[in-house]
Design a protein around this ligand. Structure first.
Ligand code: SF4
Ligand code: SF4
Ligand code: SF4
Length: 147
C-alpha cells in the first residue's frame, strides 16, 4: 500500500530523529496510541499502519514521547493520500462510498456518484479511509524529510 518510505507518526518536524533516537527507546508512542496504528518495526523505529484504523490526532503519542522526537504540535502526518483510479471500483463504474463515510474532514469529492478524488487541501492524512477501501485503491506516498 505504501510507496517507498515508511509513514511516521505525527508531530515530528525532524524525521531524521526517528532513526537516531527511537532505537534506544521503549516505544512509548506505540503503547499510548489507542487506535493501535503505531507499529515498532524491526529497526525499533515507529511507523503507522492504516490497515485497521487511522489517526485521530489525539496527541497521546506526543505526550508519551519523552525523548522529544514527537514534539511539534502543528506537524501533520508526512504522507500524501490519493485514490488510484485504476484500482478504485467507482472509477470503473461500480457505485461505492466506502471511503467517504469515515472521512470526517469531507475531503473526498465525487463527480456525481462516481470517480472519487481526495482534495489535498482538506485531507489531514489521517488514514481512516485507507483500510475501508474494498479494492486497496487508496495509497499513501511519503512526501518529505527522507532519511
Ligand atoms: S495522535 Fe493519537 S491516534 Fe494519532 S498516532 Fe498519535 S496516539 Fe495514535
Ligand atoms: S516514544 Fe518517541 S522516541 Fe520513543 S519510539 Fe516513539 S517517537 Fe521514538
Ligand atoms: S486520509 Fe484524507 S481522505 Fe482519507 S479519511 Fe483522512 S482526511 Fe479523509
Amino acid at each position: 500500500m505504501n510507496k517507498g518510505k515508511q509513514i511516521r507518526p505525527p508531530y515530528a518536524a525532524d524525521l531524521s530523529r526517528f532513526g537516531q533516537t527511537c532505537p534506544e527507546c521503549e516505544g512509548m508512542c506505540s503503547n499510548a496510541c489507542e487506535e493501535n496504528i503505531i507499529i515498532i518495526g524491526k529497526d525499533r523505529t515507529p511507523h503507522l499502519d492504516f490497515s485497521k484504523g487511522g489517526c485521530t490526532y489525539c496527541g497521546a503519542c506526543l505526550e508519551a514521547c519523552s525523548p522529544g522526537v514527537l514534539s511539534h504540535t502543528e506537524e501533520p502526518i508526512h504522507a500524501a493520500v490519493r485514490i488510484n483510479p485504476l484500482k478504485c471500483v467507482s472509477w470503473q463504474g461500480v457505485m461505492c462510498f466506502s471511503c467517504k463515510e469515515p472521512c470526517l474532514d469531507n475531503a473526498i469529492d465525487f463527480k456525481g456518484l462516481y470517480k472519487p478524488d481526495i482534495n489535498a487541501s482538506r485531507c489531514t492524512s489521517c488514514g481512516f479511509c485507507i483500510g475501508r477501501c474494498p479494492s486497496e485503491a487508496i495509497e499513501t506516498t511519503f512526501f518529505k524529510g527522507n532519511e
